[in-house]
Unconditional design. Structure first.
Length: 189
């Protein structure tokens, strides 16, 4: 007569999960003045908004989000990174018989392997959730950033127009509405 026995395995898994996402876009800056002057005007406007100038680009870091504008090309890159340490635990049980079927050690190893796969799946789900949260955070950041960048481009363009008008002749009248972004320049040539 065979004797049944119960096998139970416990396992915990601790892992650091990481998520990373980025997006790039292009600013449309009119070439009213030479490229280097337009880049300098844009940089000045962005520095006023909290960016720091670094080797041909301006950068702003807000927590896990980094915003970078390459001045020469107008390429804007927004990158977000996040990490979290997760711990998952699990337990799995099985039965064996002392005279039939695999030995207890083989049965125990099989249960432990199944449990480890289940725990890895749980960590994978947590990693996907972290990635999704990061992507949503990045989307929200981009919405507010787009308005901010458009204003900086408009102010840089307005300043370039003023400088160009001053080179053409004497400015007789200058009307500017910062709210609407409209600019009227009357020049006497």
């Amino acid at each position: 007569m065979s004797r049944a026995y119960r096998i139970q395995v416990n396992e915990s898994l601790r892992k650091v999960i990481r998520a990373d996402d980025h997006v790039s876009t292009q600013l449309e800056l009119l070439e009213i003045l030479p490229c280097d002057q337009m880049s300098d005007l844009l940089a000045e406007e962005l520095v006023k908004q909290g960016f720091e100038r670094e080797d041909g680009k301006v950068v702003r870091r807000e927590g896990d989000v980094t915003i970078e504008v390459i001045l020469e090309t107008g390429v804007v890159s927004v990158r977000a990174k996040s990490s979290d340490q997760v711990k998952v635990k699990g337990q799995k049980s099985g039965h064996g018989f002392d005279d039939v079927g695999p030995a207890e050690s083989i049965q125990k190893k099989k249960l432990q392997d199944e449990l480890e796969r289940e725990l890895e799946d749980q960590i994978g789900e947590k990693e996907e959730k972290l990635q999704q949260e990061l992507t949503e955070q990045l989307e929200q950041q981009l919405k507010s950033l787009r308005v901010e960048l458009d204003k900086a481009v408009n102010r840089a363009t307005a300043e370039a127009l003023k400088q160009k008008a001053a080179k053409i002749g004497k400015i007789k009248q200058l009307t500017e509405d910062p709210e609407s972004g409209s600019l009227t320049i009357v020049v006497e040539v």
